[in-house]
Design a protein. Sequence first.
Length: 268
Amino acid sequence: MMTRSILGMMIVLGMYLAGCQRTSPPPETATPEPVPSAEPVEPPPPDVVGNWVITGHRIPGTSAMSAAEAAAWHGRTVRLGRKVLVVGEKHCSTPDYHSHRVDTATFLSTSYHLAPGSLEPARGHATAIVTEAFCGERPWSGLGAVMIGLDGNHALAPWDGVFFELTRAAAFRAIGQEPGWSLDFRDDGTMQFQYAYGESTTTAGIPRPTVDSSTKARTWKSAGDVGDLVVLVEPTACSDAMSGLPFETTVTVTYRGTSYRGCGWEIP
């Protein structure tokens, strides 16, 4: 009798447990957290590295430099290279550059106390890229210490109360035949001349050119590795002797008493 009672209790208990299993809610699954949307990435500022030519100046207020002194800088090159920084007689072999985007009007007002619109070249440029130049860990103290990039090819360089207007200078390359040679003006402030079909090379610094006022021909004269290197660029059309392709300028390179004639063009 007791056995039957125990058996009945076990059957009832089994049915109860089975019912609990059927009515138990399914386990909750973890809800994945939403993936945050990526922040819009601002494009990097235009690279200030390269050669720039001083094309003009503005004196919007008090300046330590006279207008005549500022005008004497016109035509000079500001070389902001990755390996060398050269402005006039000053140079640095360990340059570094820090850039950031600014509101143009606010920056000019805060840093130079200029009223909005008072600096004509900056009009129409809502934002600008300000680049500070360093020599090693120290701020560069010459012209080019601060560059206000208006776009990829135009900038302002404030110095001693003068805002110099700069235009990016195109790189330059020339080639010639019989014997084959080439000349490159490079971003590091040097010109490299390869001759004798590329078997020999000499490198020299790029000096300030002299300009013929009547023909507009430009001449660079610099000391190369083992002799003076003279480059004459004339604004006359030229055709390559081998390919027949037309080029913008006629170039004559004189090195160690030998002259090499060919064609040249600017590289944007």
